[in-house]
Design a binder for this molecule. Structure first.
Ligand SMILES: Nc1nc2c(ncn2[C@@H]2O[C@H](COP(=O)(O)OP(=O)(O)OP(=O)(O)O)[C@@H](O)[C@H]2O)c(=O)[nH]1
Ligand SMILES: [Mg+2]
Length: 422
């Protein structure tokens, strides 16, 4: 596959993971670099400005590639490939001086490098707080990722005598007992090289440091393997934890949804049973039903038996509505959905939407509340409005969001799998 397509695919897959775990951007970028397992080891310098980082790299490479000066010199990341290594010269760390420089250093230390040369100039004496903190962080990182840090005490020729060197070394050891110190003088190395003085070269500490570097370089391939596995496992575990949490959240929401629905349905059935029983006396009538006898013109303003009966029917119907409405309100069914609302507020109730407004006779009550089809329709129609109530819609929305999130997590896991085993 063409390299460009491969890279585009890797980017897309990383995006799938990032969509769920945005905080893993750095780890994914690092994995991207680790994907090129066969690339030469990247060696970078870490330390405060003017401590001799660039010059140290030049001595190690044997050529003056990086700019050296007696002031703040390196301000961006520079790299050079030589001797099966990728050498990275980074700016000095001094956040208060220039933030951008620190970003470059940060990139070199945490993203690009396999091996870090921690550089500290001997004439500065012991380490300051920022150096100690960084060293601590690098040590912790080495334990976790197996990326190595080598401590280099530079410019030792600047100290007056060996006793002075011993004092500085002792002070640093007291601060950081675990570190192995490499005492180095770039100046001596240069002089020794130019003048062909082997003793001076040896005394410069550069050959010993080169030795340590080649040991460290040999450890880079397994370290990269380890680090990549570690990062993949970390990310996968985080995704799996999210998945488990999301699944149990969904399960709980689903249970709640079921439980609420059952309570609504069963409660409504109980209310409708009671309504049916309460209606029985009203529905029983022997002989001609007076409610069915229409009023004559002359009886228009008189209280007839028909009118009284129809009033009874209305009262019974109202009672039934009140009982049902109490149940609806208890379960949060309080109004019609927006799209069903009319300009006549009194008609904007679930009760009217389901039952209509024309209940006049005993037959109407019987049909609506007592016959199986009528009951089934009430159960179904009120059930539908229950699902349209605010809380139920919110709950359904949460479940839908959860399903989307679960799909995103599954996609991220699949993408991670493919990134790990392309
Ligand atoms: N005497 C002596 N001077 C050195 C040695 N190493 C570096 N220097 C001098 O220290 C100064 C700073 O060296 P650089 O290598 O530019 O320092 P740096 O750490 O890269 O500095 P920035 O790029 O600003 O962070 C230069 O003048 C170097 O010549 C050394 O071993 N002995
Ligand atoms: Mg420099």
């Amino acid at each position: 596959m063409a390299v460009e397509i491969e890279m585009a695919m890797a980017t897309a897959m990383a995006q799938d993971v990032l969509a769920v775990l945005p905080a893993r951007a750095h780890d994914l970028a690092r994995l991207r670099i680790l994907a090129r397992r066969a690339a030469p080891p990247s060696i970078t310098v870490v330390g405060k400005y003017n401590h001799g980082k660039s010059r140290l790299l030049n001595e190690l490479m044997g050529s003056d590639i990086f700019a050296v000066a007696d002031r703040r010199e390196t301000v961006a990341l520079a790299e050079h490939r030589q001797q099966q290594a990728r050498w990275l010269d980074a700016p000095g760390l001094d956040a208060d001086v220039a933030r951008n420089d620190d970003d470059h250093s940060h990139r070199a230390i945490w993203l690009e490098s396999d091996i870090r040369l921690f550089v500290h100039a001997a004439k500065e004496g012991e380490l300051d707080a920022a150096e100690r903190d960084l060293l601590q962080e690098l040590r912790a990182d080495q334990q976790r990722t197996l990326r190595q840090t080598i401590f280099v005490l530079t410019q030792v020729d600047q100290l007056s005598d060996d006793a002075h060197v011993d004092r500085v070394v002792a002070a640093i050891r007291a601060q950081s007992p675990e570190i192995t110190l490499h005492l180095v003088s770039a100046t001596r190395h240069r002089q020794g090289t130019e003048q062909g003085k082997q003793l001076l070269i040896q005394k410069s500490g550069i050959p010993a440091l080169k030795e340590s570097l080649s040991v460290a370089m040999a450890k880079v391939p397994p370290a990269r393997e380890h680090e990549a596995n570690l990062l993949f496992a970390d990310i996968r575990n985080e995704l799996l934890n999210l998945q488990t949490a999301e699944e149990s959240r969904m399960q709980a929401l689903g249970d709640l949804q079921q439980c609420q629905l059952r309570a609504f349905d069963e409660g409504l059935a109980t209310v409708l049973d009671k309504v049916r029983n309460d209606l029985q006396p009203v529905l029983e009538v022997s002989g001609t039903d007076p409610a069915l006898v229409p009023d004559s013109f002359e009886n228009m303003f008189k209280l007839t038996a028909g009118k009284r009966e129809r009033a009874h029917i209305q009262i019974a119907y109202s009672r039934a509505c009140i009982a049902i409405n109490a149940h609806l309100v208890r379960h949060g069914v309080v109004g019609l959905p927006m799209e069903q609302q009319t300009s006549v507020r009194s008609l904007d109730t679930v009760m009217v939407a389901v039952m209509g407004v024309s209940v006049k006779y005993r037959d109407d009550l019987r049909r609506i509340f007592c016959e199986p089809e009528g009951r089934a329709r009430l159960q179904q129609d009120f059930g539908r409005y229950f699902e349209l109530s605010e809380d139920r819609v919110t709950l359904a929305g949460q479940l839908a969001d959860g399903a989307i999130r679960l799909a995103e997590i599954a996609k991220a896991l699949a993408a991670l799998e493919r990134l790990e085993r392309p």
